[in-house]
Design a protein around this ligand. Sequence first.
Ligand SMILES: Nc1nc2c(ncn2[C@@H]2O[C@H](COP(=O)(O)OP(=O)(O)OP(=O)(O)O)[C@@H](O)[C@H]2O)c(=O)[nH]1
Ligand SMILES: [Mg+2]
Length: 295
Amino acid sequence: MEELQTIQWFPGHMTRTKRQIESQLRLIDAVAVLLDARIPYSSCNPDLRSVINNKPRIVILNKSDMADPTETKRWLSLFREKQIAAIALDCKSGKGLQQFIPTVKNVLSDRIKAWEAKGMTGRTIKVMVVGIPNVGKSSFINRMSKQNRAKAEDRPGVTRGNQWFTIGKGFDLLDTPGVLWPKFDDKLVGEKLAYIGSVRDEILDTEQLAGRLLEYLRDRYPASVCMRYKLTQEDISGLQGYELLHLVGKKRGMLITGGEVNTERAAAAVLDEFRSATLGRLTLDKAEEHKDVRI
Ligand SMILES: Nc1nc2c(ncn2[C@@H]2O[C@H](COP(=O)(O)OP(=O)(O)OP(=O)(O)O)[C@@H](O)[C@H]2O)c(=O)[nH]1
Ligand SMILES: [Mg+2]
């Protein structure tokens, strides 16, 4: 999608955020990198990688309630093969959250031993939580602290500045604003970020986006598309994105006066249903296609 590469979608405050993250680095012991379990590769910010440099890190595949469970297992194995600590969880039900503290302690075990040897027992462990907009950083912190002090909403760009939270058990977490990066090497990455809602919809052509998503899902998860929209494999095979969108709108009876299909409404419905996992638990980045993933 050409628009995604050319639009002004990298707002100035993101450069500021990157600098703010950099300035906090010396205060922290580890970085928790939140990825979206539906797109673990595409939600991995290559800019952040260079910023967090050699800090100990933990990968969190969040929103795993909406991802394909088989794929999530493959992603966890892939990260672990690369000696990167990784856990999957979801902040909706809280499933998997209990793994966080033991995993951080494990990653920092040598340091913790060194602190203890110096008599620094019970030193507070400070972890910075980073990730793309809307991935669930603030929700994660709220869950861990069992409070709702960090503002969390279903739109990108909610958190505006760094903020520390004490979660008990000798841990402090730093909430940070979501960061994207100015240019995608792979245009699919930008599209996937838009599908999951990390780029503001107002700056996107939602019909084109929903059409592309339908095409992608038709190729990867045809049964889910057929089931949700009561279509057959023959109905959807060989169609272009806009044709698929048109078909979905027609099937749903989304018409405007004169009997034309309201593709704008159909697009909003498709994006909404993907984002809420009404279309099923779907993962768009396959681990076996991204063996070179780096954090
Ligand atoms: N289904 C599901 N929704 C989640 C999960 N975690 C967070 N959300 C929802 O995702 C939306 C974004 O959550 P936030 O915590 O505000 O995300 P954030 O990363 O802090 O976003 P910014 O501050 O804008 O960068 C909210 O509507 C949350 O309820 C999850 O594990 N599963
Ligand atoms: Mg936030």
